[in-house]
Design a binder for this molecule. Structure first.
Ligand SMILES: O=C(O)C(=O)C[C@H](O)[C@H](O)CO
Ligand SMILES: [Mg+2]
Length: 403
């Protein structure tokens, strides 16, 4: 199964996606997602200049060896750009292996651990009432779990909330980073009211999640975790930036609110202390950024030893290739928790043909050999790349803060 060709496809059907296609001599091919929101072309350059030339002629069936060749062999290991490239190769190679075996990917991983994959939807409003209306809509669509984010009085533009009522939320919303203003006190005073309102309107059964998006210090996160305990959240996500894993010790000492982290992580080493000390409950790293199936499987196994479950990142800035592979992984992984689901636009879904299905708040895995996602390259060409950047945050006095 020699690799005879590999190339990158950049397309922007509503937003940018980077896809790697690996072709073998027999004609069997696989595709991987290499999208890194706002840094797409850095991954393209890494793939085209350093990875693809070294792939041609290698045996596509040697996934483990190729993974280590690209990771250990590169000397400059880890980091989001490198790992997005490694992940894309890994996803494409697993796609090829499963196609060659004539099996859907989940079978190759070890078969089904569950019949369906619970997902959570994003429910956001300019204010609490707007958010509650979104929750209502998503509960009617069958979701059992919702992520709630609402505008905060006095903060004009906030993570997760569309600029205008009824618009789709897209974080990479300008060619160069937009500047947002952040106030921790306004947020901390307001956000518990949102969960109180959700519980009052929708009762106890609904799973409720929230993303802090790295904005707090550990003691502030502890205050928030404690304040929202009566509303028993499914999780509080990314409550602090996590370069310093020790931060979570302090948060954990103060609150029983479950904690999720890791959408910006890209290796098992980012998690080791967090998992081994049982400071977190869910790992968030998506297959596209965490070294693909080969590496995420190791992280999930380590997590499983410590009762930590998966809750993979699934925003629109990961392509359907990532989501499709994730649905296979989620169907197999023993310590599954939940899968994020932010629906792609119809344009994106038309470019990336897929056989996973959404039904009654869950994803159902497809039975096609491979990960079940393909790309229509002719259609993809109709959507050229457009530079788009994530915003930056500043405190009210102008200090640069975490976005
Ligand atoms: O979906 C989430 O939980 C996010 O935090 C989305 C991120 O802001 C987005 O993927 C950044 O590219
Ligand atoms: Mg997040």
């Amino acid at each position: 199964m020699k690799i005879s060709d590999a190339y990158v496809i950049v397309t922007s059907p509503g937003r940018n996606f980077v896809t790697l296609k690996i072709v073998t001599e027999s004609g069997t091919y696989g595709i991987g997602d290499a999208t890194l929101n706002g840094r797409e072309m850095a991954v393209v350059a890494y793939l085209e200049e350093h990875v693809i030339p070294a792939l041609i002629g290698r045996d596509a069936s040697r996934i483990e060896d190729i993974w280590h060749y690209l990771y250990r062999g590169a000397y400059w290991r880890r980091g989001p750009v490198t790992m997005a490239a490694v992940s894309a190769v890994d996803l494409a190679l697993w796609d090829i292996k499963a196609k060659a075996a004539g099996m859907p990917l989940y079978q190759l991983l070890g078969g089904k651990s569950r019949e369906r994959v619970m997902t959570y939807a994003h429910c956001t409003g300019r204010d609490i009432e707007g958010c509650l209306a979104e929750v209502e809509k998503h509960v009617k669509l069958g979701y059992r779990a919702v992520r709630v984010q609402a505008g905060v009085p006095g903060i004009p533009t906030i993570y997760g909330v569309a600029k205008r009522e009824g618009e789709r939320y897209e974080p990479a919303d300008a060619e160069l980073p937009a500047e947002h203003v952040w106030s921790t006190e306004k947020y901390l005073n307001h956000v518990p009211k949102l969960f109180a309102a959700v519980r009052e309107r929708f009762g106890d059964e609904l799973h409720v999640l929230h993303d802090v998006h790295h904005r707090l210090t550990p003691i502030e996160a502890a205050r928030l975790g404690k304040a929202v305990e009566p509303y028993h959240l499914f999780w509080l996500e990314d409550c602090v930036p996590a370069e310093n894993q020790e931060s979570f010790r302090l948060i954990r000492q103060h609150t029983t609110t479950p904690l999720a982290v890791g959408e910006v992580f890209n290796s098992i080493h980012d998690y080791r202390e967090l998992i081994e000390n049982q400071w977190i409950d869910y790992i968030r790293t998506p297959l596209t950024h965490g070294g693909g199936i080969t590496h995420l499987r190791r992280i999930a196994d380590l997590a499983g030893l410590y009762h930590v479950r998966t809750g993979f990142h699934g925003p629109t800035d990961l392509s359907p290739v990532c989501l499709g592979a994730a649905v296979h992984f989620d169907t197999w992984v023993p310590n599954f928790g939940i899968q994020e689901h932010m629906p792609h636009t119809p344009e994106t879904d038309a470019v990336f043909l897929h056989d996973y299905r959404f039904e009654d708040g869950h994803f159902l895995v497809g039975e096609a050999p491979g990960h079940g996602v393909d790309i229509d390259e002719t259609l993809a060409k109709q959507y050229p790349y457009k530079r788009a950047s994530l915003p930056v945050n500043r405190l009210e006095d102008g200090t640069l803060w975490h976005w």
